[in-house]
Design a protein around this ligand. Structure first.
Ligand code: GDP
Length: 197
């Protein structure tokens, strides 16, 4: 995959606006402000592919990016969640959009769950894992690792792995820092495997 050539395609607010369920998609999910946009920008070696510090709480869309050289490889930026209390109607929209996508999308090769290393596995992160199910690949990116010591980061990595294992969830994990460009090569390597398998 030529991550640097990733290009924004469009945003969709409804599942029936998604492209045909063909090819290979890799989805990125995370709590608002976890660092998902920054991680996507780091992955693609770009400054402003995904918008950093987007006003949280706005009606959000699924943003679709194309990833060369394949015509039908896509990176899927799912709406951030959990920033503030949302109305029942917003929650319903979110459940339908994210839940529907994660449960039913056949071309979804795997989910990359972006979490702030200082507070991984929030309630809504678990909801994402439940929707994603056991039959999909899952990779957890613990970002903002520059905010804590290397020792503390290792401890969080192991603790998070243990919590997932305890819940019977199989996942790969890594630490990451968009600020320090740390973990970018590992993430690229893993996603290349997912795409090319
Ligand atoms: P999103 O809402 O999940 O897309 O999060 P953003 O990428 O917009 O980041 C939220 C805030 O965290 C912004 O102020 C970023 O500058 C900051 N941030 C993101 N990644 C990192 C990181 O790796 N290290 C540090 N120190 N700050 C980060």
């Amino acid at each position: 995959p030529r991550f640097r050539e990733t290009a924004f395609s469009r945003g969709v607010a409804r599942l029936d606006q998604l492209p045909a369920d063909q090819g290979v998609e890799i989805a990125f999910a995370g709590r608002s402000n976890a660092g998902k946009s920054s991680a996507l920008n780091g992955l693609c070696g770009r400054k402003a592919l995904a918008r950093v510090g987007r006003t949280p709480g706005r009606t959000q869309e699924i943003n679709i990016f194309t990833l060369p050289p394949a015509e039908d490889w896509r990176l899927i930026d799912l709406p951030g969640y959990g920033y503030a209390k949302v109305s029942a109607k917003q929650r319903e929209h979110w459940d339908r959009l994210l839940g529907g996508y994660l449960r039913h999308r056949r071309c979804l090769a795997g989910l990359v769950l972006i979490m702030d290393i200082r507070r991984p596995l929030t309630d809504l992160d678990w909801q994402m894992l439940e929707w994603t199910g056991a039959n999909r690949r899952l990779h957890c990116v613990l970002t903002k690792a520059d905010k804590i010591s290397r020792q503390e980061a290792e401890r969080q990595l192991h603790a998070t792995h243990a919590r997932l294992e305890e819940a019977g969830i199989e996942a790969s994990l890594q630490t990451f820092s968009a600020l320090k460009n740390q973990g970018v090569d590992d993430l690229r390597g893993l996603l290349a495997e997912w795409l090319e398998e």
